[in-house]
Design a protein around this ligand. Structure first.
Ligand SMILES: [Zn+2]
Ligand SMILES: [Zn+2]
Length: 252
């Protein structure tokens, strides 16, 4: 039995195509230019020596051959650049396209946002968005996540991976593209119902007791500095569960 089955094999790992191409291209350049230069020097030597019936004609030829050999190697590297594959994968976090050398079989790092894209059994896992309950920063998690630490404030965010996921879909659907003015979300009334508690739990990434504390002490500002669209969306979401909330421009 092989002892270490976890050791990844180098050629099986999908790499960023651009990085691999750049590597081949720089290798090509390093060989091509000096190779041609050496061949040129050989040519010049051969030309003048043959005119004067000199002894160095042979040396000139040797230079030409060596130079062409090196340049040839450079050309073969250049050809490799064109052989690198572009498997296009859209990053689930930042939506930017990554071009990889092959289908990824393990997690890979997005070249745009530097996040680790989760891959399981050759498939990209769905990622969910969640707001940090402390600093309100947008964070992501997938089925692979066992714990979540806020990217902004380093505090732990409780994630409920076993909950039914309509709220997760809401989070995933909304985008934070046009944030003109920051808004606050203020909860003015809320029934102490199971629906409401669950809704707020997922919205704020808080635990049951924290949510119950909030409901017991209204009105309260739930979130600050969020985009208008998101604030309106959450107001609507709260009203579905028979609560009332307001969105207003954050005071700076
Ligand atoms: Zn990304
Ligand atoms: Zn945070």
């Amino acid at each position: 039995m092989a002892q270490d089955t976890h050791e990844p094999q180098q050629e099986e790992i999908a790499q960023q195509s651009e990085t691999v191409k750049e590597q081949f291209a720089s290798e090509a350049l390093i060989a091509l230019l000096p190779g041609l230069l050496i061949a040129l020097v050989g040519g010049v030597v051969m030309y003048y020596q043959s005119k004067q019936g000199g002894l160095w004609v042979g040396l000139g030829i040797v230079f030409i051959l060596i130079g062409l050999g090196i340049a040839g190697y450079g050309l073969s590297r250049l050809k490799k650049v064109r052989e690198v594959q572009d498997v296009k994968i859209t990053c689930p976090f930042c939506q930017e396209v990554n071009a990889l050398t092959m289908e990824p079989h393990s997690d890979f790092r997005c070249s745009h946002c530097n996040r680790e894209v989760p891959i399981q059994n050759g498939k990209m896992l769905q990622v969910y968005q969640v707001r940090c309950g402390f600093c309100n920063a947008l964070n992501f998690y997938s089925e692979k996540s066992t714990g979540l630490i806020c990217e902004e404030c380093d505090r732990e965010i409780p994630i409920a991976t076993d909950e039914a996921s309509p709220a997760k879909k809401v989070f995933a659907a909304y985008t934070i593209k046009d944030d003109n003015q920051p808004y606050d979300l203020i909860l003015t009334s809320a029934p102490d119902s199971e629906d409401m508690v669950k809704c707020l739990q997922q919205m704020l990434a808080l635990n049951r007791n924290q949510v119950k504390d909030i409901i017991g002490d209204l009105p309260q500002t739930l979130l600050t500095g969020i985009p208008k669209k998101k604030a309106e969306l959450l107001v609507a979401q709260i009203s579905v569960h028979k609560g009332t909330a307001e969105s207003q421009v954050s005071e700076s």
